[in-house]
Ligand binder design. Structure first.
Ligand code: PLP
Length: 399
């Protein structure tokens, strides 16, 4: 039977303690015990179902983490205060000083900056590669490689990572494969394709409301336990846990994610085709001319489409700025960083979310200064939205 992320979530039975259809919110930092010994057992992870302190576990966080683990088909999950909280914790738990990481050279700018600028202070070396070139990935493997890191659909270039092949390369060397699936929840199930750890910025599609930052880590029970070990767990000791009130609101939004992803994908496919027709230089994995199109078709959960992210190359930063300002004025959406919102968001990647990537590296990864990244919204009439964009392009003489 095919694995369906939405059905996995639907089958969960998470009741409130008074029978509420939504689980109750536990807004407590600490928990009381009837016997002193149970407290000690809980500290040692030996008291099933007991909560100790909310930096470690909170019932509201547990409901959300369990739902995310169900969605990913992993044994366990943990929720963090931001996507970067998830990524940095998940990586630091796996690598030690003297270790080596291979990373896609196109990743979210914050991740890139963490790998490039922050990890060297722990003497952790990172090789940046073209993740779509498996020979380059293999050639970068060293004796001390502990981790291959990538995004399923990379930011901002929308390259598609070959998860099964990368898992094979990693596992042959007893390294782990960690995948950021922020752009493509439900569309890809990276753990089912061989990834060991899946990380998310829930700030984006998963929550979908742009009212908070949040993150998640999904993986084996052993790995999640290690993250929150009271003695040496990165998440427990660095304290990047999510607030339980937020967990509760994100959990409710998670239950509409499947519908939202389908509409984001439908609208993005429509715009990508129409943009192509009027002669724009479009990057969208749903188009047959996209280098990752066939690979995506092999790996994706087809019900959810090709995702809501499109990049168009306006060639110059000035043209990109003119288009974005006009689109904002015409209520196409907002000139804003981030993604996965119900309204369309657009930004010039090189001047925003990838500005941490030095300009020469941006060129190396093929990123034009005029690249406009769209996170296509849930518009009911996407034809109308396209007409606005087309008029803007014609009147501003942008092509
Ligand atoms: N991963 C990707 C692909 C992102 O686009 C972002 C943010 O834009 C992050 C991670 C970081 O997430 P957060 O802003 O929630 O820390």
């Amino acid at each position: 039977m095919k694995f369906d992320p939405a059905s996995q979530i639907q089958d969960l039975e998470q009741f409130g303690e008074f029978g509420g259809v939504n689980p109750s919110i536990t807004d407590s930092a600490t928990y009381t015990f009837m016997q002193a010994k149970t407290m000690l057992d809980t500290f040692h992870g030996e008291a099933e179902g007991c909560f100790l302190y909310s930096r470690h576990w909170n019932p509201s966080n547990k409901y959300l983490a369990d739902a995310l683990a169900a969605m990913e088909g992993t044994e366990a999950g943990w929720v963090t205060a931001s996507g970067m909280g998830a990524i940095t914790n998940a990586i630091l738990q796996l690598v030690n000083t003297g270790d080596h990481i291979i990373s896609s050279r196109t990743t979210y700018g914050g991740t890139y900056a963490f790998l490039l600028n922050y990890l060297p202070k722990f003497n952790i070396e990172v090789s940046f590669v073209d993740i779509t070139n498996l020979e380059e990935v293999k050639a970068a493997i060293k004796g001390n490689t502990k981790l291959i890191y990538t995004e399923t659909m990379t930011n901002p270039m929308l390259q598609i990572s070959d998860i099964p092949s990368l898992a094979e390369i990693a596992h042959a060397k007893e390294a782990k494969l960690m995948v950021d699936n922020t752009f493509t929840p439900m569309i890809f199930s990276p753990a089912k394709l061989g990834a060991d750890i899946v990380v998310y910025s829930m700030t984006k599609f998963i929550n979908g409301k742009n009212d908070c930052v949040a993150g998640a880590i999904c993986g084996s029970q052993e790995y999640i336990n290690s993250l929150i070990d009271v003695n040496d767990g990165t998440s427990m000791l660095m304290g990047a846990t999510l607030d339980p009130l937020r967990s509760s609101s994100i959990l409710k939004n998670l239950h509409t994610l499947h519908i939202r992803m389908k509409q984001h994908s439908y609208n993005a496919m429509y715009l990508a085709n129409k943009f192509t027709e009027i002669g724009l230089d479009v990057s969208f994995p749903g188009l047959s001319n996209h280098p990752g199109h066939e690979l995506m078709k092999k790996m994706m959960n087809v019900d959810y489409g090709f995702g809501g992210m499109i990049a168009i190359d306006m060639k110059t930063a000035d043209k990109a700025a003119a288009l974005m300002e006009r689109m904002e004025a015409d209520s196409v959406g907002y000139l804003a960083v981030s993604l996965g919102y119900f309204k369309t968001l657009f930004s010039n990647s090189g001047k925003s979310t990838s500005s941490e990537v030095p300009e020469d590296k941006q060129k190396e990864m093929g990123m034009s200064e005029g690249l406009v990244r769209f996170s296509v919204g849930l518009d009911n009439d996407i034809e109308r939205t396209f007409r606005k964009i087309k008029t803007a392009i014609e009147e501003l003489k942008l092509i």
